[in-house]
Design a protein around this ligand. Structure first.
Ligand code: G4P
Length: 524
């Protein structure tokens, strides 16, 4: 196949949701369609969730939370679909944000009864920032749902995006009869508790009285609602979707495998092909001859006996080849990757080549950090992997003096993986770990102990935000640092950070030092 055709057939996306909306279930069903897994559908399937398909680490199995972001690829109708899984738990949202830098589009799963939930809003904010095209899948229609029109309004208002239903549900809960697919003009009938895909009936003209034969008195309501939709919502324009201005909406029930194939079919048709990526130096086009890629995720090894890690590299341009010499831009060293793996659902396999849109896993013994770039020689730096100011802070203290080296190494590597952020106080030299959630502290302690044999104490620290500071006037910056020396720290890359104890203190500092810029992300 030609290189350009390989690019065109790729669809790389993430499924995101508020926990429990059905992201895992939907992912599993998509994998079933792709033939990537063979576990029969409709029943609750803990085997996969608690097994090894989408979560690697012991700690996940213990907690039942998908901590990891993993990648699953499969072929479907001539397309190569790459799904990037994201952790549902909000304490790991930074992981999710990073994953969003490696995808070309997003499917947002919403619980039909609960509507838009806080985490959906946060994730959408990131999509809007990056202008990532999104498709919304309203899930759990087999359960009593909110009124569909109100739900549309809620999505539009809270996610701040124009919407366009491409399918429309006929009732919900016990009365759920199925959906009318506006996109391909067909009626999809729902049959609860079976593992088959619902019957699809072509219905180009919904005025056809045959509709009554299938859905009885609901046909009248459906016609009225569809008429209303045509009046209220703009025509669906693929271009508006691709610009990130319009979100098509589908309805279904992932648990019952309903509406999933339609979603996948429409997705494959309209979702963006691998997109150009803005680097600091220039825009990188996927179709360029030379390879480039960046590390968006580092994952601890599945096998606790081996401490090596996997760096996930997104191929941005050109064709990646196994064993070819590439420039590791940050270190200036040349590296060859002898065992690049692709993730085909439950299996990892060594690949000879990979194309833009693909994700490869590279065994790593500590050479990579998040944001690293590989090229064929050009010094490119990819943008868009900022650290966000953490919300919780703890001092780290060594709990076993014999193991201080292990502790230092463990902390270093965990920070490179992006598990949390490390700051060093300029006042007393103490190490401070910042996270967005309590759970990350537990993960850090657990992993330090189990992977590095190091124990630490995490001591409470009342802190509001870490602010990266900048000032064009060097003497003003020096003055600020001198005045605030007790609150100054360095991040892992040596950048100046002001640690504000409270919003009040921050406000005071902002009022007093007008020419200092305070940033809540590390890139600005
Ligand atoms: P998440 O990854 O977004 O956190 O959600 P997940 O797929 O784990 O789904 C959360 C719960 O909702 C699961 O039930 C799942 O079976 C259920 N669910 C998902 N899709 C549907 C649907 O379309 N209809 C209905 N009725 N339920 C759905 P659970 O009992 O909490 O978990 P489990 O024991 O099945 O894993």
């Amino acid at each position: 196949m030609k290189f350009t055709d390989e690019i065109k057939r790729r669809r790389t996306f993430a499924i995101v949701s508020h926990p429990d909306a059905g992201k895992t279930t939907l992912t599993e069903k998509l994998l079933l369609f792709g033939g990537a897994i063979r576990v029969a559908g409709a029943v609750k399937n803990n085997k996969i969730k608690k097994g090894t398909t989408s979560d690697f680490m012991e700690i996940e199995r213990q907690r039942g939370i998908s901590v990891a972001t993993s990648v699953m690829g499969f072929d479907y109708s001539g397309y190569k679909i790459n799904i990037l899984d994201t952790p549902g738990h909000q304490d790991f949202q930074e992981d999710t944000f990073r994953t969003l830098t490696a995808v070309d589009s997003v499917v947002i799963v919403i619980d039909a009864a609960k509507g838009v939930e806080p985490q959906t809003e946060r994730l959408m904010k990131v999509c809007r920032m990056r202008k990532t095209p999104v498709i919304v899948f309203v899930n759990k229609m087999d359960r009593p749902a909110q009124d569909t029109f109100s739900l549309m309004d809620e999505i539009e208002e809270q996610l701040k995006i124009k919407v366009r239903p491409l399918s429309w549900p006929i009732n919900s809960g016990a009365d759920f009869k199925g959906v009318y697919n506006i996109f391909n003009k067909s009626l999809q009938l729902f049959a609860p508790n079976i593992q088959e895909i619902g019957t699809k009936i072509q219905f180009d003209d919904i005025l056809n009285p045959r509709l009554e034969n299938y859905i009885g008195g609901d046909a009248k309501i459906l016609r009225e609602e569809l008429e209303l939709i045509e009046g209220v919502y703009p025509e669906f324009e693929v271009a508006a979707y691709l610009e990130g201005d319009l979100a098509p909406i589908f309805f279904g029930s992932a648990l019952y495998n309903f509406g999933v194939r339609e979603l996948l079919d429409s997705f494959a048709e309209i979702a963006p092909v691998p997109q150009p990526i803005q680097s600091e130096e220039r825009i990188i086009q996927p179709g360029e001859d030379t390879f480039s890629g960046f590390v968006f995720k580092i994952h601890a090894n599945i096998d606790p006996n081996h401490r090596s890690r996997i760096a996930f590299i997104k191929v941005c341009s050109g064709c990646f080849k196994r064993n070819k010499a590439y420039l590791h831009v940050r270190s200036g060293k040349t590296i060859r990757i002898s065992r690049p793996t692709a993730f085909m659902a439950s299996q990892k396999e060594v690949v000879e080549e990979a194309f833009p849109g693909d994700i490869i896993g590279v065994p790593d013994t500590g050479n990579f950090i998040i944001g690293d770039t590989l090229t064929e020689g050009e010094p490119i730096h990819f943008k868009g992997l900022p650290s966000f100011s953490p919300e919780l802070f703890r001092y780290v203290e060594n709990a076993d003096p014999m193991k201080s080296k292990q502790l230092a190494k463990g902390i270093d590597q965990l920070m490179d993986e992006g598990v949390a952020q490390l700051f060093t106080s300029q006042f007393n030299g103490r190490k401070i770990i910042g996270t967005v959630g309590q759970l990350q502290f537990e993960v850090i302690q657990y992993r330090l102990e189990h992977e590095y044999g190091a124990k630490c104490r995490l001591e409470p620290l009342q802190m509001y935000k870490a602010c990266w500071i900048k000032c064009d006037d060097p003497s003003a910056l020096t003055e600020f640092k001198k005045r605030k020396y007790q609150k100054m720290a360095k991040d892992k890359l040596g950048r100046d950070v002001f640690m504000a104890d409270s919003s009040f203190i921050l406000q005071m500092a902002q009022d007093e030092f007008k020419n200092i810029q305070f940033h809540f992300t590390s890139e600005f």
